[in-house]
Design a binder for this molecule. Sequence first.
Ligand SMILES: Nc1nc2c(c(=O)[nH]1)N[C@H]1C(S)=C(S)[C@@H](COP(=O)(O)OP(=O)(O)OC[C@H]3O[C@@H](n4cnc5c(=O)[nH]c(N)nc54)[C@H](O)[C@@H]3O)O[C@H]1N2
Ligand SMILES: Nc1nc2c(c(=O)[nH]1)N[C@H]1C(S)=C(S)[C@@H](COP(=O)(O)OP(=O)(O)OC[C@H]3O[C@@H](n4cnc5c(=O)[nH]c(N)nc54)[C@H](O)[C@@H]3O)O[C@H]1N2
Ligand code: SF4
Ligand SMILES: [Mo]
Length: 667
Amino acid sequence: MERVRTVCPFCGVGCGLVLRVEGGRVVGLEGDRDSRVSSGKLCIKGAHAHEFVHHPDRLRVPLIRKEGQLVAASWEEAVGLAAGRLKSIVEEHGPESVGVLASAKGTNEENYLVRKFADLVLGTLNVDQCARLCHSASEVALSEMLGLGAMTTNMEEMERAEILLVVGANPAEQHPILFSRAVKSGARLIVVDPRLTPTAAKADIHIRIKPGTDDGFLLALIAHILRKGLQATRFLEERTSNFGAFREAVGTFDLGSVEGYCGVPLRLVEEIAELVAGKRTVLLYGMGLTQSSNGVSNVRALAALALITGNVGRDGSGVAPLRGQNNVQGASDMGTMYGSSLAECTEEYCYLRRRIRRGLTSVEMLEAVLTGEVRALYIIGENPAMSHPDLATARGALSRVDFLLVQDIFPTETTRHAHVVLPAASYAEKDGTVTNTERRVQRLRKAVEPPGGARADWEIISILAGALGHGEGFAYSGPEEVFEEIRKKIPLYSGITYGGIEEYGGIFWPCYPGTPPEGKRTIYRRRFYTASGKARFMPLEVFPPSVPTSAEYPFQLITGRLIRAYQTGTMSRRCPSLERLFEGPFVELNPQDAARLGLEGGERVRLESERGTVEVIARPSEAVPPGVLFLPFHFHEAAANFLTLPELNPLSKTPEYKATRTRLERL
Ligand SMILES: Nc1nc2c(c(=O)[nH]1)N[C@H]1C(S)=C(S)[C@@H](COP(=O)(O)OP(=O)(O)OC[C@H]3O[C@@H](n4cnc5c(=O)[nH]c(N)nc54)[C@H](O)[C@@H]3O)O[C@H]1N2
Ligand SMILES: Nc1nc2c(c(=O)[nH]1)N[C@H]1C(S)=C(S)[C@@H](COP(=O)(O)OP(=O)(O)OC[C@H]3O[C@@H](n4cnc5c(=O)[nH]c(N)nc54)[C@H](O)[C@@H]3O)O[C@H]1N2
Ligand code: SF4
Ligand SMILES: [Mo]
């Protein structure tokens, strides 16, 4: 039996796996004891990550649409068709009529090639990926304030923190191994979440905040610290700019309003403010902050709190956006999220940066299909027919686009609309690198051959480029050669090599030829990555929650996740050990609301928003407060995004997945 060390394909923690290979098949796995991330531990998803690899549903051959049906085709025919359609659409409607969605499931090498393909071969700025639906508020706020849209710290520092302040994230379910590492040293855990999540259940203090009011709460913490004079004065003087104006603006904040606005007693605000100001604190956060019409202002407020308490760039502290997908950090570093910080990218890499217009973002691309502005979509490893908001509109766009090319490992709700489907290799079938939530670059290693005729994404992109007359710019012997090009183009990665990753068990970016060979675990120790080298305060505003409930739609719906399911379910729901735990799509509601509606639990109910309806089983639970519903977005049987609204945060272009006014009726 052969054992192949690689990285878990699910979340951004990046735990190490050892795949057991027999007769060309992955027959099992165990946690990699040598992994510097996980020391052999795995959560329930990682422990079953081999189960989808040989699933009979895997796409094995290219498919093309003939007379309305997707039928098997040769690579030659499928690639010829795709290249021909892309070419003619670009010629007829211009390069900006093509949109590309890249994949946070792809490696760094693959994402780099997607960006290069969009820039050089298609000439379109419309490149984006799921980070837009996720942490783009962090990209916006952290890069303008600190310089880079990434975690400032790492898991080892979390173990040295005295306080862990978790806002709008549920790492006990969504980043389990990171969470168990962070809490093991006994730091005080403060969790801000309207729901009593498994994370909140472990907290010393759980703030059951009113949904959508985090900017007010964070500003109240800041205002109290400044009023008491507890700020880190020397740090603020030496390392930050704009503090004066910021302080003045905060001075007018009415601390007395916090209880009514956020539902948090002032006494608790004061207690938490004093803890954060006085102790080494890591501020961890997630989708509760970013998937909101207030997303950017929420993250600005959180980063400002870290700055005024001096909790950046020093031991046991930091700002920690919990990045979602296994390679969402890397995909953004490679430039597939248009506008991601790439603070130091060289001119030549950003082929199109000099152009003034910005590209369309993920949700905007589908909207642009409906106006005729976008005519072709190339979707690699994303499933917008489940993950985008307002699915009726999103699916309408997918069914109307002139040409849809989808590259995935499984048939999905999105491939159903495709004109051409290309079968991709999974994580177990390819080499490359992925970057975890700590900025740690690790190696994926090929364990088995892809099924049938499936090919690695990097290879497919090269083949397509060749068919479009750009063979020479995409002729690579393998991922390592692509990585060598990345090193030359993206300075933050310039000191990283495959050999170095092997030697040090992963390398943190920034890593330059001169930096310590393991890269920089903690950034901003001496300077920020802004032009002046100082962190920059941004003005803070408190925005009311955008869509208040009404008599017609009396509930606020939060959509989110469960520990045993992953995203749109394409992979996790094909792991029999995880799917066995599936109890059918459900909505959680507070027992008081259930009683008022005459529900005992187990009944079928219809949820209805201004956009659509879904039918699920009612599950009364104290985990949600009265007036709030919780619906996981993993179920294709009852896709939560039929309910969500298409409105986007104007700066980050992230949908408001965490607040949809909804009505609930017994069926
Ligand atoms: N098991 C599992 N793990 C995953 C994933 C998965 O699908 N399944 N997906 C991965 C991805 S891509 C991502 S982005 C991460 C996401 O990881 P998290 O950020 O933890 O994501 P969510 O669970 O969607 O939302 C976090 C919390 O925000 C809370 N919340 C909602 N509204 C508000 C609010 O107004 N204020 C506050 N303070 N909190 C609020 C919700 O109750 C929820 O508990 O998880 C990654 N890990
Ligand atoms: N209502 C609601 N909606 C949400 C969210 C929410 O909290 N609530 N969260 C949002 C967030 S944070 C995110 S990140 C998005 C995720 O949205 P998506 O990225 O659209 O969802 P995934 O299910 O992660 O899709 C990944 C796809 O890649 C495929 N895949 C896996 N490995 C490979 C590979 O190696 N190559 C290729 N080519 N394909 C591969 C999988 O089969 C799957 O179809 O959803 C967003 N949507
Ligand atoms: S915590 Fe994330 S990376 Fe680690 S095993 Fe679980 S899903 Fe995989
Ligand atoms: Mo995400």
